[in-house]
Ligand binder design. Structure first.
Ligand code: UDP
Ligand code: MG
Length: 259
């Protein structure tokens, strides 16, 4: 008999896949067995929702290039990009519930309550047809991290950390002209302080779990992307070499069930 398991890079621990995914919430059926099509896996057609989501968290200080590199990753590997900051700004723009509260916190470089951010991310995960996600700018605190695990019931497969010196981040933020209310020197100083105090422990947490990929975020966009490419390529290569259904994004492999 064959069973379906999640594809894992040898570079990351398998613990993420054994965590109880909130399968109902995400609409995934992890561990579902395939009794048929063993000899011709290409014939199996699965909707993306039947696969365990492949989650990448993208971390780094303000102006470290998270959003820019996410665009490149999306172009090359087709993951769905969810920017936590953009989701929050959308709530403000739509004048949704919590919009005013979110605006005040962002203006001051503070962190929006975990419940609010996680629910926005969860909604996107649930309504998406994709099963591979780049969650950009989240989790920003240990509390964010724990709330995501609790509410969504999932753990990231990969965590990218764009490591950039503060002077460079300040320069980029003050020059980027995106009309953001928090891209000014006063708020930027607060954001850096919060990043160092609250986001660093999250980075350390994933480092200890063996999931962290630290990327030197100095250089041109293309130079930096050269450091990102091999991380995702390692997953793609595994997929191809194991003859996984080509329609399956970064998803799953077949292994013989010894039981
Ligand atoms: N923010 C938050 N929680 C998140 C993501 C963002 O509270 O999970 C708020 C926080 O105030 C942050 C701001 O949104 O300073 C902008 O975040 P974004 O990720 O867009 O900024 P970037 O780091 O990309 O400059
Ligand atoms: Mg950003």
């Amino acid at each position: 008999m064959w069973r379906r398991v999640a594809l894992l890079s040898p570079m990351i621990s398998s613990s993420s896949r054994s965590l109880p995914l909130n399968q109902a919430a995400l609409g995934v059926k992890v561990g579902e067995s395939f009794a048929t099509d063993v000899n011709n896996p290409d014939e199996r057609t699965l909707s993306p929702k039947e696969k365990a989501p492949f989650i990448t968290f993208v971390l780094g200080g303000p102006g470290s290039g998270k959003g820019t590199q996410c665009e490149k990753i999306v172009e090359t590997f087709g993951l769905q990009h969810l920017s936590a900051g953009d989701l929050l700004r959308r709530e403000i723009a739509l004048k949704n519930k919590n919009g005013a509260m979110i605006l005040n916190l962002i203006k001051d470089g503070k962190i929006v309550p975990s419940e609010v951010t996680v629910k926005l991310i969860q909604k996107e995960l649930e309504s998406s047809d994709s099963c591979k996600f780049l969650i950009d700018g989240f989790p920003r605190t240990e509390e964010n991290r724990v709330a995501f695990e609790r509410i969504v019931g999932a753990d990231p497969d990969v965590v990218l950390f764009f490591d950039c010196p503060e002077e460079e981040m300040v320069k980029r933020v003050l020059n980027r002209n995106q009309g953001r209310i928090d891209d000014n020197i006063t708020t930027m100083k607060k954001r850096l302080k919060i990043f160092n105090a609250l986001n660093r422990p999250v980075i350390d947490y994933y480092k200890n779990k063996g999931k962290l990929y630290t990327i030197n975020a100095i250089g041109s966009v293309d130079d930096i992307f050269q450091h990102v490419l091999p991380i995702f390529n390692s997953f793609e290569q595994l997929k191809v070499s194991r003859h996984v259904n080509p329609k399956s994004p970064l998803g799953s492999i077949l292994v013989e069930n010894s039981s």
